[in-house]
Write a protein that binds this ligand. Structure first.
Ligand code: FES
Length: 217
């Protein structure tokens, strides 16, 4: 499994395999926008040699779900799973595979992950987050450990995101009030209105912000 730029090491591994070995490999590649997915020609070459390839567009389909795994893998037993991508997604994939192996009565696969981003970002639980979606619906929650993006997802919201690592700026939200800490720079913001990146910020004070939600098909 690879997400975004996490494809590069996985691609190297797959390209080192023989055609016979490739035919028993499965690659799920989660990318923000499928038409812009890098290395598509190389992936197609691998698929032509027998790789079971699934490209998932996160901007329209959201996070990888159990249903996606079932439709793609059926009841195939997975011995080893490799995941490379943002820390939150690698953990999510790990949890899905544990659940799947238990449900199907399979041995737990060996799991190898390489992550980037801000795993377990510590954040004050004394602040209240007020998320407003594009329709004006207000959802309030106490902040938990993790970025504002992860906190928004825990409330059931479905914010737009891409890299989850502060690179692509797709997770921009409009802060109305409150101070945030940027996990990349450790800088604390002013308390007024500004655009912030949900995936690299935690709240330092009570926070009001409007998020952009993705449309899941
Ligand atoms: S998701 Fe890419 S910068 Fe936040």
């Amino acid at each position: 499994m690879a997400c975004g730029s996490g494809l590069t090491p996985i691609l190297s591994i797959l390209e080192s395999l023989s055609d016979a070995q490739l035919s028993s490999q499965h690659l799920l590649y989660s990318v923000s926008h499928e038409p812009e997915a890098p290395f598509k020609n190389r992936l197609q070459t691998l698929a032509n040699k027998g790789l079971n390839l699934l490209i998932l567009e996160s901007s329209s389909q959201g996070r990888i779900k159990n249903d996606t795994l079932e439709a793609w893998l059926s009841e195939i037993q997975i011995e080893s799973a490799y995941a490379c991508g943002p820390s939150g997604l690698s953990q999510h994939i790990h949890d899905l595979f544990i659940e799947r192996s238990q449900r199907l009565g399979h041995a737990t696969p060996k799991f190898f992950t390489e992550s980037f981003g801000f795993a377990n970002a510590s954040a004050s639980s004394d602040v209240t987050l007020s998320f407003k979606d594009a329709n004006g619906r207000l959802i309030m929650s106490k902040q938990k450990n993790g970025t504002l993006l992860e906190n928004a997802e825990k409330t059931g919201l479905n914010p737009v995101y891409g890299c989850r690592a502060g690179i692509c700026h797709q997770c921009i939200a409009q802060k109305k009030s409150g101070r945030v800490r940027n996990l990349k720079t450790n800088q604390i913001s002013d308390a007024g209105k500004e655009d912030i990146q949900l995936c690299i910020c935690v709240a330092e004070t009570d926070l009001e912000l409007t998020i952009n939600e993705r449309t899941v098909q």
